[in-house]
Design a protein around this ligand. Structure first.
Ligand code: AMP
Ligand code: ZN
Length: 464
């Protein structure tokens, strides 16, 4: 399997740290608003990477954080007159809902920055002890020049970078390139007690701490959008490697931007659509399919025309799967005919093409092209085929779509009576203290947009 590694600027053969296992760390969102569909791109892309590793039999440890303490969260909290945690908790839940709707699998670990402060303080202490960090009046800085390999990911030279930097008068750092690990509390901001006084961490340290804690000193794949290469990922490397003395991440993967009119979609520029808004216009799996129709490293322009094209393409696949499903019970039984066997060979060659595309730096665009060829083969050959052959086609297309996170089973609308029956079953399960089943029912209803509320008058439900 080949992966384009930003560190070496070339495709490299993937070799895991531990045979059969892969540890992936993806920088997650800062939770002060609903996520936009640009933020959804890394979620969809790296979830697909994860799914492909699982398809190949790897055990995947997928870690993605929530940055829940940050200037923008604090600003929003002040504007709304609430605690910063009220803002972040709300948008973590909203983000989780969007991710479920985009069929992004639950991460193995979803750490929140505010729950990992102790680890951050420990790592900063380690960096100070090793001479890589120093404190000035309650602020701790990383001593960038001491880390000689600084700039290796972004291909920058320290002295070139310094030229472009203006230091604020309030900053008392030793060198313009030094960056903040810990900053002192300002009035009205959330803070934690540390050896350097009350304060809060800088942004970069959380990912170094969480990736070490949940994966290890050396992780297989570190990923995020390409805007994170500098300074965020460069700083993560410096912090982590200065502590462990080992390589931090073997492969660095960065997705290109989702653009509107060829400009990066971003909250600050105001040219964004939230996943929630787009979800009202299109089924979100159309958006997922649209994102995967391009290579993850290419810029992708968002337009209704392209999304409509993705919608039609997806519909062609879903219709073919529906038809195969209907054919299975009525197709002729018995051994596969010579024609079936020949067609099956063609199908297997297309599966090989799909896999070769995915193994060429996750070229989902070509992998999808292979699925379309399979659909075409199915449309031509299934009608005449035996049940065994039709089932093979059905299982194969469903499986390859599943790796892309595309659900081929059309969801039947839950009727009120079905919901009532599931609620009754949940009540029975609770009475029998089978809480696992009760929670399962609640979650599966939530995933289908039915929210339950336990009130004194009994269980009430509504569509989300
Ligand atoms: P943020 O909340 O801004 O830190 O972004 C969360 C993730 O979304 C990061 O991996 C960003 O690189 C990524 N991201 C933000 N905007 C875009 C965009 N327009 N296209 C692709 N990825 C993006
Ligand atoms: Zn990060």
């Amino acid at each position: 399997m080949k992966i384009y590694n930003t560190l070496s600027n070339q495709k490299e053969e993937f070799v895991p740290v531990q045979e059969g296992k892969v540890g992936i760390y993806v920088c997650g969102p800062t939770v002060y608003n609903y996520i936009h569909i640009g933020n959804a791109r890394p979620m969809i892309v790296f979830d697909t990477v994860r799914r492909y590793f699982e398809y190949k039999g790897y055990e995947v440890n997928y870690v993605s954080n929530f940055t829940d303490v940050d200037d923008k969260i604090i600003k929003k909290a002040i504007e709304e007159g609430v605690d910063a945690s009220a803002v972040s908790e709300k948008f973590i839940e909203e983000c989780r809902k969007d991710m479920r709707d985009l069929n992004v699998k639950e991460a193995t670990h979803n750490p929140k920055a505010t729950e990992e402060i102790d680890g951050m303080i420990e790592m900063i202490q380690e960096l100070i002890a090793r001479g890589f960090a120093y404190e000035k009046n309650g602020t701790v800085y990383f001593r960038t020049r001491k880390f000689e390999q600084y700039g290796q990911l972004s291909n920058k030279k320290l002295d070139d970078m310094v030229a472009g930097i203006r230091i604020a008068v309030s900053e008392e750092k030793d060198d313009a390139m030094d960056f903040v690990l810990w900053k002192p509390k300002k009035e009205g901001e959330p803070s934690w007690t540390s050896p350097w006084g009350e304060g809060r961490p800088g942004w970069h340290i959380e990912c170094s701490v969480m990736s070490r804690k949940y994966i290890g000193d050396t992780i297989d794949i570190h990923a995020g959008g390409e805007d994170l290469i500098f300074p965020h990922h460069e700083n993560e490397i410096a912090q982590s490697e200065a502590c462990s003395g080992k390589q931090f991440a073997r492969y660095w993967m960065h997705n290109g931007f989702l653009n509107i009119d060829n400009k990066k979609m971003s909250k600050s520029a105001g040219n964004f659509f939230t996943v929630r808004e787009i979800g009202e216009k299109y089924p979100l799996q159309v958006i997922r399919f649209f994102m995967l129709s391009a290579h993850y490293r290419s810029p992708l322009n968002f337009s209704d025309t392209l999304v409509e094209a993705a919608k039609n393409g997806l519909e062609r696949i879903l219709t073919a799967v529906d038809k195969l499903k209907e054919l299975i019970p009525v197709a002729k039984e018995g051994a596969m005919t010579d024609a079936d066997l020949a067609h099956m060979e063609e199908a297997k060659a297309l599966v090989a093409k799909y896999e070769a595309s995915m193994e060429d730096d996750f070229n989902t665009a070509d992998a999808i092209a292979a699925v379309f060829e399979l659909v075409k083969l199915a449309n031509i050959t299934a009608e005449e085929g035996t049940a065994e052959y039709v089932r093979y086609l059905y299982d194969t297309i469903v499986k390859l779509c599943d790796v892309l996170g595309i659900v081929t089973e059309r969801e039947e609308e839950l009727l009120d009576a079905d919901v009532e029956a599931l609620i009754a079953e949940r009540q029975e399960a609770r009475k029998a203290k089978n809480f696992a089943r009760a929670d399962e029912i609640r979650d599966s209803l939530a995933a289908r947009g039915i929210l339950l509320e336990d009130t004194r008058a009994g269980v009430k439900w509504r569509r989300a």
